[in-house]
Design a protein around this ligand. Structure first.
Ligand SMILES: *Cc1c(COP(=O)(O)O)cnc(C)c1O
Length: 394
């Protein structure tokens, strides 16, 4: 039988069953129970922050963070165009409008264009950044740490300070990525801006089936996040609610999984790094293909591997290569379609997007699960090699 090598699947070989059974035996399966507190505590400890709030998904975490950053109906938020749409949808949940920014050669937000946009297209009036075109108040930036890389946070934080913008770090793909030099040396992705959000969806570096976590240096806002995520109950006996809340709290079952997964995170990163380096050296021998680098000042979590295709040297175009590999039992995928081109976002403001348009046609993500075996990597590399001279249909 032909083997199938999936793009990214969970690895649940630690204490997952033990903790889940424990939660079931104690009959604590819902949004109360000790695993939620333990998972939050252990995440805080790992990330070196004071507190963390567990929620139902990364998307829910981004939604709450935007609310707590003071974004409301009619405001504007600067977002990347090259990322997963869940980074941007919560802006619309609130009735705010996104402004799409280009990416740099690391696929993270282009900080030079961000700076130029704030300087040339906006005016700082009484401490508010006003968009000249729409006359609306731009209140925040959503920064995404794409594929486990970290965006240029030093530059982003200085722009945000100058232009009075809140920074929401979408670190859903970058749990464990950290700076190893520069101003933020030792700091983890997600712990630098006003809010950081992680995701434990099935394909992320650790999973709770579905789930998320919010961190912030502002303890009060995190308590508020916890309150809003549990229906904003001001009195739990008499059911008094003074605000609109959400049903966004993580369950004890999810947290039991999360605790077991977090115990293995550093091992997962080690495996992903080894596999990345093995792929990288082997692929460097194939003309027209290369594995993209991560930033030099970052120790990434190596979540996803991005294969860059140069069709002046490599025969198969992106979509042909995806099909060619699939026929050999290897699952890959193109990076996302630009969000600015998705139906609900077609009328939104776009600022000088160039690089993102090029990169989307040249990159595929290749298998990167932590349970990938060396022989799987060989099969992928051999197939990539075969693709160099193959004309589809032959
Ligand atoms: C996965 C992901 C999310 C959403 O996380 P969920 O937990 O699936 O809601 C948001 N942004 C980016 C960039 C992601 O990759």
């Amino acid at each position: 039988m032909k083997s199938f090598i999936p793009l990214s699947v969970p690895n649940l070989k630690g204490n997952e069953k033990k903790y889940i059974l424990d939660a079931i035996n104690k009959e604590w399966v819902s949004t109360g129970g000790s695993y939620i507190n333990k998972f939050e505590e252990e995440m805080s400890k790992y990330l070196n922050v004071n507190d963390a709030v567990a929620c139902q998904s990364g998307t829910a975490g981004i939604h709450l963070s935007l609310i707590l950053s003071g974004i409301s109906n009619g405001d504007e938020v600067i977002v990347p165009t090259l990322t997963f749409i869940a980074a941007v949808n919560p802006v619309k949940y609130i009735g705010a409008e996104p402004i799409f920014m280009d990416c740099d050669d690391m696929l993270t937000m282009d900080v030079d264009k961000l700076e130029r946009f704030c300087r040339e297209e906006c005016n700082l009036i009484e401490g508010k950044l006003i968009n000249n075109k729409s006359k609306k108040h731009i209140k925040a930036i959503v920064v995404v740490h794409v594929f486990g890389n970290i965006a240029n946070m030093e530059k982003i934080m200085s722009i945000a300070t100058k232009y009075k913008l809140k920074v929401i770090e979408d670190a859903t793909e970058a749990l464990g990525s950290r700076f190893i030099s520069g101003k933020y040396k030792g700091k983890y992705a997600g712990t630098i801006g006003d809010f950081g959000i992680y995701s434990f969806n099935g394909n992320k570096i650790i999973t709770t089936g579905g789930g998320g976590m919010i961190v912030s240096n502002d303890q009060k806002l995190l308590s508020k996040a916890r309150y809003l995520s549990t229906q904003a109950k001001d009195d739990t006996l008499y059911y008094i609610h003074n605000e609109i809340g959400y049903n966004y709290r993580m369950s004890n079952l999810q947290a039991a999984l999360g605790k077991a997964q977090l115990e293995q995170l550093e091992d997962f990163i080690k495996i992903k790094k080894e596999n990345y380096e093995l792929y990288k050296s082997k692929i460097s021998n194939i003309e027209g293909l290369s594995l993209m680098d991560f930033r030099k000042d970052v120790l990434p979590n190596y979540w996803f591997y991005s294969l860059l295709i140069d069709n002046s040297k490599y025969r198969l175009k992106r979509d042909e290569l995806i099909l060619f590999l699939l026929e050999k039992g290897i699952q890959t995928r193109p990076i996302w379609g630009l969000i600015q081109n998705q139906k609900p976002y077609k009328k939104c403001e776009v600022y000088k997007v160039e690089k993102a348009k090029e990169y989307i046609n040249k990159i595929i993500n290749i298998p990167c699960s932590t349970n990938l075996e060396k022989k799987d990597i060989d099969i992928v590399v051999e197939s990539l090699n075969d693709g160099i001279n193959t004309i589809r249909g032959n």
